[in-house]
Write a protein that binds this ligand. Structure first.
Ligand code: RP5
Length: 161
């Protein structure tokens, strides 16, 4: 497998506080990634070149986070056969509901796997990427199993004050 099988792309520097949770989760699973700012609106040429070259660059899964009129995941998916996992970033005006619906409501034919708004979505995008990679990489699958076992063990039986 490529040393960096996952691309984490985001529309803006301001998305990084959310998307860092995906990066941290991939770190915990020892899965390589490349994190980049690629804006569908402000850097369309960068988006075109990234999306068209992503498969040849060795990426296997793309995690794309964006907020507001969040075209990035869908536009990326339109230009690559790789699986694209979309993370709706929380917004001030509409609390991420705008991002969620923009990413979620893809017309039939170009899918984006849409996750929850914000931190939970970023973490789950990384876990889903690991599950996809784990289908053809037993070591990744084993690390994901261990991660889930640890998570289960960390849940207390009773709440504390
Ligand atoms: C989107 O616009 C980005 O994904 C970001 O969530 C949002 C706001 O961007 P900034 O104005 O903070 O750069 O394209």
């Amino acid at each position: 497998m490529a040393t960096k099988p996952v691309a984490i792309i985001m529309g803006s520097q301001s998305d990084w506080t959310t998307m860092k949770h995906a990066a941290d989760t991939l770190d915990a699973l020892k899965i390589g990634y490349d994190a980049r700012i690629v804006s569908a609106h402000r850097t369309p040429k960068r988006l075109y070149e990234f999306a068209h070259g992503a498969r040849d660059a060795g990426f296997k899964v793309i995690i794309a986070g964006a907020g507001g009129a969040a075209h990035l995941p869908g536009m990326t998916a339109s230009m690559t056969p790789l699986p694209v996992l979309g993370v709706p970033v929380n917004t001030h005006a509409l609390e991420g509901k705008d991002s969620l619906l923009s990413i979620l409501q893809m017309p039939g034919g170009i899918p984006v796997g849409t996750l929850a708004i914000g931190k939970a979505g970023a973490i789950n995008a990384a876990l889903l990427a690991a599950a996809i990679l784990g289908l053809s990489d037993g070591k990744v699958a084993k690390r994901l199993d261990q991660w889930r076992t640890q998570q289960t063990k960390a849940v207390a039986k009773r709440p504390k004050d």
